[in-house]
Design a protein around this ligand. Sequence first.
Ligand code: FE2
Length: 291
Amino acid sequence: MVIEFAPLEDELGDVLDKAMRHACCTEQSLADRSGVSAEKIHDAIDYRYELTPDELRRLAAALRLNESGLLALAQNRYPLPEISGLPFCLYPLRTPHGIGVANAYIVTECGQSSGILFDTGSDHAHIERVWPKRISKLDAIFITHAETEHTGGLAGLRRAFDSVPVFFPQGICLSDTNACWAGAGGSLAIGEGARLRFGAFEVRAINTPGHAEAHNSYIVSVPAIPDSTQLLVSGDLLFAGSAGRGYFCAQSFSESLRRLFGELPAKTVVAPGHGPLTTLGNERKNNPFSC
Ligand SMILES: [Fe+2]
């Protein structure tokens, strides 16, 4: 198990901005609804915070956000859980993209040299720089959604790992050379309920549209160890302390989030597309978007 520190993806201003967009609020309409001045809301979205706890509570109520999570974010004390219990090794691979950082992950049986990769980082050179020396073979690559920061390393990785199959959400077109491909090396578009086995691992796909129309999350489990902790690779749906942006559809984004919170056990480890690892239980309790 490898854990290293990663900062939260979002701060209070980002969360308010995303929540306002999801609720189709303007600064003025949120001000009217919450009784907090539009100027203060504007400043907060611009990372200048002068909101009192009472104003934060009113904003949380108006935007239907989890109040305690929003207050924790505002006070820079958003709780992160200890990550433990996975019956396998997990390597978070963090690669720069613009001013941000995107996560990819390798899942492997501890001590083995082969693994499964989830997303590919922003660029092949970047992912090579953080690649664990031990991993010399890939059984599969899974893609959560088609954005450069998550798929930019794909072409180089396909060259480096010759016949590795790539699994990606139905409805996207992955391209190495401006030509769409599927079927190469066993590659396949997969959707809700698809289950694939690789050695000890089972990977189950769930459709989680909202940030993108074609967006899969993946649940990794070890069926031979019943009730063992599962890993949820959540792409740009759920982050520690925040969530992605509902670019495709705010309503389906909320439905996808609600579904994860409702269906998965609290001990599930969440490996998001940005920011640190967390657990489903921690996010159900604290995430501003968990209401
Ligand atoms: Fe992303």
